[in-house]
Design a protein around this ligand. Structure first.
Ligand code: PGA
Length: 263
């Protein structure tokens, strides 16, 4: 059975004092941590080291929001996988739609594939984000877009194992909009992703890879979304900035992860 995973993507929010306060509040609310859920927070690069210290001993894990594909060199402003690993972070979000569509020079699928290979080589775990825009959904292209982004990102990583990969299905139209995918829409997309994964990395791996849903997850919709058979947790943006909301979302992941006792 796949363990649930809930990660908070802080994006470019919080400065040091409120970041420390958030982690302190999370430690309080999530102690003890539900035994069947992995939980991580992904602060901006500059706060990885101090947050690693704040999280120490809590069982909460740390992730970065991106990584550069080259190991070192003249890449002003970029951060390598080894640098991220030095902080104690274990996860790296890759291919977030804001990086694909909104920020700077727009990351493309080849770049994301190179970064995924670099993250894996550095023994960190990528959280690969894929998802369709509203126009693509309206045009009936959702599955095609997911298939393309998934296959493109995994070029050169076909031997990856389930423990080395997390995928986040993040419909672009649901991110930060307050409009989440319905549980059925999420399940359809996740099942499609898992079917494709079987072809690319084999059934055993595909069955073990955790596929998170991201896009306006809140305490009041989390449980229903997480209860879908192919939804293995969530990548949480806005709601991860409040300890109350994020802790409630983590707890919503816990019952669905408990084995159902036989009648
Ligand atoms: P949101 O963001 O929860 O604020 O919609 C999710 C994400 O971008 O990962």
């Amino acid at each position: 059975m796949r363990r649930k995973f809930v990660a908070g993507n802080w994006k470019m929010n919080l400065t040091l004092a409120p970041a420390r306060a958030l982690v302190a509040a999370l430690r309080e609310r999530l102690s003890p941590l539900p035994p069947n859920v992995d939980v991580a927070v992904c602060p901006p690069f500059v706060y990885l080291f101090p947050m690693a210290k704040s999280l120490d001993g809590s069982g909460l894990q740390l992730g970065a929001q991106n990584a550069y594909e080259e190991p070192e060199g003249a890449f002003t402003g970029e951060v390598s996988v080894a640098m991220i690993a030095d902080t104690g972070a274990r996860y790296v979000i890759l291919g977030h739609s804001e990086r694909r569509h909104t920020i700077g020079h727009h990351e493309d699928d080849r770049m994301i594939a190179r970064r995924l290979r670099a993250v894996r080589a550095g023994k960190l775990v990528p959280i690969l984000c894929i998802g369709e825009t509203l126009a693509e959904r309206k045009a009936g292209q959702t599955n095609d877009v997911l298939s393309f982004q998934l296959a493109a990102a995994l070029i050169g990583s076909e031997s990856i194992t389930a423990a080395e990969l997390i995928i986040a299905y993040e419909p672009v139209w649901a991110i930060g909009t307050g409009q989440n995918a319905t549980p059925a829409q999420a399940q359809d997309a996740h099942a499609h992703i898992r079917r494709d994964l079987r072809r690319i990395v084999g059934s055993a791996t595909a069955d073990g890879v955790r596929i998170l849903y991201g896009g306006s997850v809140k305490p009041d919709n989390a449980a229903e979304i997480f209860a879908q058979p192919d939804v293995d947790g969530g990548l949480i943006g806005g709601a991860s900035l409040s300890a109350d909301s994020f802790a409630a979302i983590v707890r919503a992941a816990a019952p669905a992860a408990q084995p159902v006792s036989a009648r």
